[in-house]
Design a protein around this ligand. Structure first.
Ligand SMILES: Nc1ncnc2c1ncn2[C@@H]1O[C@H](COP(=O)(O)OP(=O)(O)OP(=O)(O)O)[C@@H](O)[C@H]1O
Length: 560
């Protein structure tokens, strides 16, 4: 600080001097003020505690006073919200000091009116994974400056991760999450998640979020894309979704039309849950063509009546579930089939949301060349990726900078990924529930479809013996009572033998995972319908109409 001294009212060259060194009182004042500004919260807390103690001693005596103080501390420590508020208030001061020092060290300091400024924490609260901040940028800064400095700030503040997200309403404000610990480190048992409500398909509980709340997937009126490298846990997202849908499947409100282009390796052991199941390219093409036809009919029926299909037992929500969707869009060798599949998928993705034909797809490689329809999925989940730019391909531009560091998710954490929730641009870290093979077997045995359905290919396994269904009250929060359906006895039998249901797990992971159903004789397999006409042939000609009528004769329950 420079002090200008003027003598005799006029400034002359030899009549003033600059005091370049601060005086002792100045130093005392400066550091005293800084100390008070830094520690005033702690000091205030001590003063308040002493005041309360003195008052309590006056009123209740020394023992009563101490008891009251201890009681107060216990109440604050015992009530999580109170504890978080008090700790947040107390530690917030120290956090602000550390943050300001880190910003200075990382060059995030600007000068205004000779005052040095750093991005300022306006609000801070502690979450399960670390601190959540609301920050006001210093003059002359933008959110990009903070995002560029994020790796340096992460190291300076000794964090696991730092996520910076812009505030869409004000350019000078940003949100930040200082992640200190991995809260999704342990697998989440899907059977411990809340069961899906058959009436609420907008919020399916399929895992947990980093803040400890349930990860809810909106499915009705949407399409969902799950992207991740091999072994990233895409299967667990698909199975958790099926688990959450199981009560609705059983209640007849949802039909799953499953396609497993990998020859049934991933989905085959949930086959009893599926309304239709296809494992080879021609039958998948037929399944998708049929989904397009149902969608077109529904669109015609709903036109002018409703803008969003409401699932009912007569008109269920159809979920076209595709594992490794790139096998259908990029790796099909037959050009005609490839074209037909591409046409069906584009129609379903562009028009299927409103009439209740929803696509849920998994993909390893999210590049546009592999999945040109990527942008037609409104809900996207990015699991572990191999390259940094793939997070942006899935979640949108800038997602990686805002914290979706998918390439840094450890291999040891399958099922962990990032999603965007409720239009918030900050990616939320999530982990899908994990269903062991036995859980999938039990679920498949307990939640079979209400009625046998015409399959697109001859089922590899006989249907599970049907259990008596409890009365369902669709849409009124019915939850399945699993205790009413004891699991079938588990034992060893020849895989694929009559009277056995193929077990779960990836093929080859378990040597003989089968469930024998003693005394149960397989019913004869249902008559196979003729091959469906291709959608290219649906040109309104009498021949095409006749072909479709022959095909539809096999589906008496199909809404016309
Ligand atoms: N949510 C999860 N929690 C715990 N473990 C999981 C989870 N998801 C997957 N795993 C484990 O990771 C392994 C690989 O998962 P999964 O088969 O679902 O990956 P994927 O992405 O579908 O791989 P691929 O594309 O090769 O089929 C599983 O066998 C399982 O052991």
């Amino acid at each position: 600080m420079a002090v200008l001294r003027v003598r005799q009212g006029r400034i002359r060259k030899d009549q003033f001097r600059l005091a370049l060194r601060p005086s002792v009182p100045e130093l005392l004042l400066r550091y005293g003020l800084r100390y008070v500004a830094s520690w005033w919260r702690e000091a205030l807390a001590v003063v308040l505690a002493l005041l309360i103690y003195r008052r309590a001693v006056d009123a209740l005596g020394p023992v009563g006073g101490r008891g009251l103080l201890v009681g107060l501390v216990l109440v604050v420590a015992g009530v999580p919200r109170l504890r978080a508020a008090v700790l947040g208030w107390l530690l917030g001061g120290r956090l602000r000091r550390r943050w300001a020092a880190a910003c200075r060290a990382c060059g995030l300091e600007t000068t205004r009116h000779t005052v040095l400024r750093t991005p300022r924490i306006r609000r801070a609260w502690r979450g399960a994974a670390g601190w959540h901040l609301r920050i006001t940028l210093a003059p002359g800064q933008s959110v990009d400056d903070l995002q560029q400095a994020a790796p340096r700030l992460t190291a300076t503040l000794k964090l696991r991760e730092l996520r910076i997200s812009p505030n869409l309403a004000r350019a000078d404000r940003v949100g930040a999450v200082l992640v200190h610990r991995e809260v999704l480190g342990r697998p989440i048992r899907a059977d411990l998640l809340p069961p899906g409500d058959p009436g609420d398909l907008d919020r399916l509980p399929i895992g947990a979020r980093e803040d400890g709340t349930a990860w809810l997937l909106p499915l009705r009126g949407s399409h969902v894309l799950v992207a991740g490298a091999t072994g990233a846990g895409k299967g667990s997202v698909l199975w958790s979704t099926i688990r959450a849908l199981a009560p609705a499947i059983r209640g007849g409100l949802v039909e799953i039309w499953a396609c497993d282009p990998k020859g049934g390796m991933e989905l085959a052991f949930g086959e009893p849950l599926f309304h239709r199941f296809a494992v080879d390219t021609p039958s998948i093409a037929d399944l998708l063509a049929d989904a397009v036809r149902v969608m077109n009919r529904r669109t015609g029926r709903l036109r002018g009546v409703s803008r969003l299909h409401k699932p009912s037992t007569d008109d269920p929500l159809i979920i076209v579930l595709v594992d490794e969707i790139a096998s259908l869009t990029a790796y099909v060798a037959n050009p005609k089939l490839k074209k037909q599949i591409a046409a069906s998928l584009s129609l379903l993705l562009s028009q299927g949301r409103a009439p209740g034909v929803v696509v849920v797809g998994a993909v390893q490689d999210p590049r546009k060349e592999v999945l040109p329809l990527r942008d037609l999925f409104p809900v996207r989940i990015a699991l572990r990726m191999t390259e940094a730019d793939q997070a942006d391909m899935v979640l949108g531009n800038g997602a990686h900078d805002r914290g979706a560091r998918c390439e840094r998710i450890p291999r040891a954490l399958p099922g962990v990924g990032y999603v965007l929730v409720d239009g918030d641009p900050t990616p939320v870290r999530v982990r899908a529930g994990w269903l062991a093979d036995d859980d999938i077997r039990t679920m498949a045995a307990h939640h079979t479809q209400p009625a046998a359905q015409p399959p697109t290919h001859r089922p590899a396994t006989p249907p599970v013996r049907p259990a008596a269904l409890p009365p369902t009250t669709a849409g009124q929060g019915w939850t399945p009572d699993l205790t009413a359906f004891p699991p079938p006895p588990v034992g060893r039998t020849r895989p694929g033998a009559p009277g056995s249901v193929q077990g779960g797990g990836k093929a080859g992971e378990e040597d003989d995972p089968t469930i024998p159903l003693r005394g149960w004789r397989s019913p004869p397999p249902p008559a196979l319908p003729p091959a469906p006409p291709s959608i290219d042939a649906d040109d309104g000609s009498p021949e095409a109409e006749a072909a479709w009528r022959a095909w539809e004769a096999h589906f008496p329950g199909e809404p016309g």
